[in-house]
Design a protein around this ligand. Structure first.
Ligand SMILES: [Zn+2]
Ligand SMILES: [Zn+2]
Length: 283
């Protein structure tokens, strides 16, 4: 167990949540570890859809979603911007970006996602609404099994992108140690474990560390998100010089988080950095 230090203050109001999180973290970490080991092979759980709990037809399928959920979730024809992963029209220029990223500079070379959704989704936005609700479900009750299911779909739908990229290693977005205890949410680690196993690439979960407590990005206005994460990530000492690295996270909104991690990796000597997220959220 790491102890807090003076350079990494944790708000006093958070300590009671840390204590509460301790009671649950063992079970959650165990669940995450199972998925790190299994990485998408459904042997330890009932053979039901990870999203709707419908029984899967063959009982031993490696898939974690039923056909009904998959057909509603995955749009194979959905174009996305190769720079920022936002949903894009069929004629969007992938090299120059889309309207979401036209004037943005990124420290990463490219990005991929299962799909996009708007934060203010309308009732007709069925695809995006389902993806958003599954992401939220994975943060709450669904946990690592649903995160693994969505990662499987990401890999299948964008298999060509992953094969072309052939990263040297996969780097999950890190959490501050105290935030891990409170949230018990290790979605980037689960995503990274599934991708590492399926792509047969090493998982570098300790390449970058988060140095301090930060507020959840989703609760902040866009203008405050960069300041919230300023100097929040640091290289943890593992050699990355000359490597092509793939950063993974569950949701990318403004991109401030993955930008912060990418900059650290580039400063440590990485050759190039790419990004894979389950969902791209836009305003
Ligand atoms: Zn289902
Ligand atoms: Zn874009």
């Amino acid at each position: 167990m790491t102890t807090p230090d003076s350079a990494s203050p944790v708000p006093s109001s958070a300590w009671s949540r840390v204590a509460g999180g301790l009671r649950h973290c063992g079970a959650r970490l165990a669940a995450g570890a199972r998925w790190a080991a299994e990485a998408g092979v459904d042997t330890l759980y009932p053979h039901t859809c990870a999203a709707c709990e419908t029984e899967l037809p063959d009982g031993r399928s490696a898939r974690l979603l039923c056909e009904g959920c998959r057909s509603r979730l995955v749009r194979l024809d959905q174009a996305w911007c190769r720079r920022c992963a936002a949903p894009a029209g069929p004629y969007a220029a992938s090299e120059t970006g889309c309207r979401e990223c036209l004037n943005e500079a990124f420290p990463f070379e490219s990005a991929v996602t299962l799909g996009g959704y708007r934060e203010q989704a309308g009732p007709t936005d069925g695809h995006g609404s389902l993806l958003r609700s599954l992401i939220l479900q994975a943060k709450a009750s669904g946990g690592p099994r649903l995160t693994a299911a969505l990662t499987q779909e990401l890999l299948e739908v964008r298999r060509g992108w992953f094969q072309n990229l052939a990263p040297d290693a996969i780097v999950p977005v890190p959490h501050f140690w105290a935030q891990r205890l409170v949230r018990g949410d290790l979605a980037p680690q689960t995503i990274g474990a599934v991708l590492a196993r399926q792509l047969r690439r090493p998982l570098q979960h300790d390449a970058v560390r988060k140095t301090r407590w930060t507020l959840p990005q989703a609760r902040l206005p866009g203008s405050n998100r960069r300041a919230n994460l300023r100097n929040a990530f640091a290289w943890a000492g593992r050699p990355v010089a000359g490597l092509r690295l793939l950063i993974v996270d569950d949701v990318m909104t403004t991109g401030a988080t993955v930008k912060g991690v990418a900059k650290v990796l580039l400063e440590a000597g990485a050759k190039e950095v790419h990004v894979a997220v389950l969902a791209r959220s836009t305003g």
